[in-house]
Design a protein around this ligand. Structure first.
Ligand code: NAD
Length: 342
């Protein structure tokens, strides 16, 4: 366990169990140098405790990098709650989790993630103030989409010579909470939007409302476009899919888009500009963190749009050094997180 913690660079891993409600939770705290750890709470079944621990630590580390480059006074943390096969009282389970968070006295702030809802956060909020993305705070997805739009503009500036999206052909993979908001924004910019989702009903609703064309989910990679925006699941950029791509830019919301570190080099080798996922998709985190700090909506929107300037700098360094933007982003985040190593 300690070797695994060292390999992820973790500060602490807390385990909580509450027999009365069936709660079994792992709270992984990666780094609190910049401020309290902030990160979502996953609620899903895991094949083993080791898998759950590894997921929590990997995700917590990712949050540290994301918060550092978003300029937030937060470190990275993540909770994994092992979803039992049956739960009598979901509200009671999340209340017990709220008490667990309170016992950490502000070192970790929790938020919504896969398998949890605003209503779950409301249950947690009955026992601790260290929770965000409650019903009152709202859905972060439109803010994520706004940041992705700013990132797409930055990528267009760097790779297409102009940040006007008028007539630019953009293929959005995944028409969920973020993807559908992004499609609406791109259509308003005059982009020529293509949309793919496993759920064709979602695609048709969007195309009816905003125009654009549906694309079959298995044809997204080979569909010619200027910008490919992955907004579905992670791991979509692997050797095979990258070889099929017929675009100049990859810039989208999905977490962990690169199937492995080699994928960044493969994109580079094909001359495709890649916007590092944890930089371009930080709009939701900015919204969650800044809402918690009671920042005004106008200021939050400005901070989210600032994702474009962060990417301008990453793309400039990437070009100057002939290195992948993903290597540059990691290096910039590590310089903030570990200044003593600089
Ligand atoms: P969501 O579940 O609402 O939507 C995902 C959509 O992708 C679904 O409609 C699903 O049918 C579709 N999809 C899945 N696999 C697909 C495939 N192979 N081809 C086409 N469509 C496919 O999720 P979301 O909240 O919109 O988030 C989208 C991505 O962005 C996720 O990777 C998420 O981790 C990441 N992200 C989301 C936020 C946020 O604020 N919601 C913030 C940061 C990152």
């Amino acid at each position: 366990m300690f070797a695994a913690m060292r390999s992820f660079g973790m500060e602490a891993v807390h385990l909580f169990s509450d027999a009365a409600t069936g709660l079994e939770a792992i709270i992984a705290i990666h780094n609190t140098r910049l401020g309290p750890a902030l990160g979502g709470c996953r609620y899903q079944p895991y094949g083993s405790l080791d898998l759950a621990l590894a997921d929590a630590m990997r995700l917590a580390r990712g949050m540290s990098y994301k918060a550092a480059l978003a300029g937030l006074p937060h470190g990275g943390g993540k909770t994994v709650i092992l979803r039992p096969p049956h739960v009598d009282d979901r509200a009671a389970l999340f209340e017990a989790y709220g008490r667990a968070i309170e016992s950490l006295r502000g070192r970790y702030i929790t938020a919504m993630d896969s398998g949890t809802s605003n209503q779950d956060m409301d249950c947690i909020a009955q026992h601790t103030g260290h929770v965000t993305s409650t019903t009152a705070a709202g859905d972060p997805s439109p803010h994520t989409a706004l940041g992705v739009l700013a990132g797409i503009r930055a990528a267009a500036r760097a790779q297409l010579g102009s940040d006007s999206l008028d007539g630019v052909r953009i293929c959005v993979q995944g028409a969920g909470n973020v993807g559908s908001a992004l499609v609406a924004m791109l259509a308003a910019e005059g982009a020529d939007v293509l949309v793919a989702d496993l759920d064709t009903g979602k695609v048709h609703l969007l195309v009816d409302e905003y125009g654009g064309q549906p694309v079959a989910p298995d044809a997204v990679f080979e569909t010619p476009c200027d910008i490919f925006a992955p907004c579905g699941l992670g791991g979509v950029l692997n050797h095979d899919s990258i070889m099929q791509l017929r675009c100049a830019v990859v810039a989208g919301a999905a977490n962990n888009q690169l199937a492995d570190p080699e994928a960044a080099n493969a994109l580079d080798a094909r001359g495709i500009l890649y916007a590092p996922d944890y930089v371009i998709n930080a709009g939701g985190l900015l919204h969650v963190a800044l809402t918690h700090q009671q920042t005004s909506p106008g200021e939050i929107a400005e901070r989210v749009k600032g994702i474009g300037q962060r990417l301008d700098m990453i793309f400039a360094d990437s070009q100057a050094e002939s290195r992948s933007p993903s290597v540059i982003a990691d290096r910039q985040a590590e310089a903030i997180l570990y200044p003593e190593q600089g």
